[in-house]
Design a protein around this ligand. Structure first.
Ligand code: NAP
Length: 257
């Protein structure tokens, strides 16, 4: 489908599970070399192994996006193994729930450090290699929650996801001189291990509020990321694509009838 991804190297943070795993598998199917990054080395290796078993090119790398030194080591190892980094999918993220009245500073910091600062660190670590790429690409996994919508218990999460987009606008300007584009995918409710942990009630409530009447699949996000990573998308930077089955469109319950 996206022929220009064949032979490119993509580093996927949070690539071991959920949306990141979907991104890893789909990029591998386009012929890309995939670096699967996560804190849990076994889970990352399971994903890489599955890709190799299916005929793709992948390796796992243990790393923590909230730790710059860790990300620098990962990026160096990825470049050593595959000869560079062409695409960064900054996808790792967490979404614990905490009410504002009870939220501790530590809870706030953990979410911001992983979701927002984690994107900065993944970019800083891979930038020396992206600068050498023919056309470097960065794709952020943000969310509809924060930039567009809210949900009780996710004020810190929403702030972190909106922060990614604010960061992206200035990053697009700073990175343009290297011919690197940076864009974001804003998923709605996508079935992943993380989402399933929120329980059946949450999943049912969300499915009912989606015009296309189904929760999203990880491939729905992965294909949007593939497009933004492709050579064909080279004139798009600093932009967001909402992939939510239309969930953010209705103005009222009547609009869904
Ligand atoms: P998930 O199933 O819980 O997977 C999260 C991934 O991130 C795992 O691979 C995890 O591996 C990794 N990760 C977490 N913290 C990390 C850290 N500090 N360093 C490196 N890797 C880390 O979550 P998901 O649902 O796929 O979500 C992925 C991204 O999509 C997140 O940014 C999330 O905000 C966004 N998103 C998801 C949805 C949805 O409906 N699922 C909707 C909107 C946005 P380890 O724990 O082993 O590190």
């Amino acid at each position: 489908m996206f022929t220009s991804l064949a032979g490119k190297t993509v580093m996927v943070t949070g690539g071991s599970k959920g949306i990141g795993k979907g991104i890893s598998v789909v990029f591998a199917k386009q012929g890309a070399n995939v670096a699967v990054v996560a804190r849990n080395a076994e889970a990352a290796e399971r994903c890489a192994e599955q890709i190799r078993k299916d005929g793709g090119s992948a390796n796992s790398f243990q790393g923590d996006v909230a730790d710059l030194d860790s990300m620098k080591k990962v990026a160096q190892s990825v470049a050593d193994m595959f000869g560079g980094i062409d695409i960064l999918c900054s996808n790792a993220g967490i979404f614990p729930s905490a009410a504002i009245e009870e939220m501790t500073g530590e809870e706030w910091d953990t979410v911001m450090n992983t979701n927002a600062k984690g994107s900065l660190y993944a970019i800083q670590a891979s930038l020396p290699y992206l600068k050498n790429a023919e056309c470097g690409r960065i794709i952020l996994t943000s969310s509809i929650t924060g930039p567009l919508t809210g949900y009780k218990g996710w004020s810190h999460y929403g702030a972190s996801k909106a922060a990614q987009l604010g960061f992206m606008k200035s990053a697009a300007l700073e990175l343009a001189k290297y011919n690197i584009t940076i864009n974001a995918v804003l998923p709605g409710n996508i079935v992943t291990e993380g989402l399933e942990n929120l329980g059946e009630n949450y999943l049912n409530e969300m499915a009912a509020s989606i015009p296309l009447k189904r929760l999203g699949h990880v491939d729905d996000i992965a294909y949007a990321a593939c497009f933004l990573a492709s050579k064909e998308a080279g004139y798009i930077t600093g932009q967001s694509i909402i992939v939510d089955g239309g969930q953010t469109i209705p103005e009222s319950l009547d609009a869904m009838a």
